[in-house]
Design a protein around this ligand. Structure first.
Ligand code: SF4
Ligand code: SF4
Length: 222
């Protein structure tokens, strides 16, 4: 999933201060799972902003909504009845949702309430870790299902580097060395011969080397 963290309250207050009427929009997908911008976070932020402006004696109105997916035009359309009643939109989705609202409502300022972080997985309650950078040519079959691009601090395709110590990364001893993890798993799978194969230089064009990417499915496109 895409992970995100709410921006500091001071930033959000600064963002919305020029406006009187705000539409605060959450998303029911990834940002709900990582507790950054779902229905609950929308309610909490709405209360905090109202409280702040009430204390300041500044007129401030906020309407709360949470869409199924902010990155999908079908759901963004649900904002139509409300958009003219507000001065700006404060979005709690990832950057994709913020941009989708900005694309649909060209005349309305759209502000991001969260910082979009990375594609990751939940390690345990309240902890998410990066797992994929969307390189466009997945090589997990060659690395025992562990991604060296997302999980090795130096993105080494043939590791480890000389700094790996007792399974930890030299960049940060709290990080597991990705290449140690790859080796351990190859061993458990009886596939250590894979480790001997040098991975060739990566073609980064499918990553982002050739500009913004698009997937076009002719069978589905309208
Ligand atoms: S190899 Fe590329 S697509 Fe596969 S997990 Fe790593 S970054 Fe993601
Ligand atoms: S110690 Fe391991 S994870 Fe850290 S940079 Fe070196 S190979 Fe990558």
């Amino acid at each position: 999933m895409i992970t995100a963290e709410r921006k500091p309250m001071e930033d959000l207050i600064k963002f919305v201060s020029p406006y009187r009427r705000i539409l605060l929009v959450g998303c029911n997908e990834c940002v709900t799972v990582c507790s950054a911008g779902g229905r609950k976070e929308v309610a909490l932020l709405s209360s905090a902003l109202q409280m702040h402006f009430m204390k300041e004696g500044k007129p401030f109105e906020i309407k709360e909504m949470t869409l199924e997916r902010q990155c999908d035009p079908e759901y963004v359309e649900e904002l139509v009845p409300y958009i003219d009643q507000v001065d700006a939109v404060l979005s709690m989705s990832c950057g994709c949702g913020v941009q989708e609202i900005a694309r649909r409502f060209k005349e309305k300022p759209v502000l991001p309430a969260v910082n979009t972080k990375f594609m990751g997985a939940s390690e345990r309650q309240g902890v998410w870790a990066e797992r994929c950078v969307g390189c466009g040519d997945c090589g997990l079959a060659r690395t025992a299902g562990i991604c060296p691009i997302a999980r090795c601090s130096k993105q080494l395709l043939n590791g480890p580097c000389g700094g790996s110590t007792r399974g930890k990364c030299e960049v940060d001893p709290d990080i597991d060395c990705a290449w140690q993890l790859i080796w351990d798993r190859l061993k458990a799978l009886g596939m250590t011969d894979k480790y001997e194969e040098n991975l060739p230089a990566k073609d980064w064009r499918p990553a982002r080397g050739a500009g913004p990417r698009k997937i076009v499915r002719e069978d589905l496109a309208s």
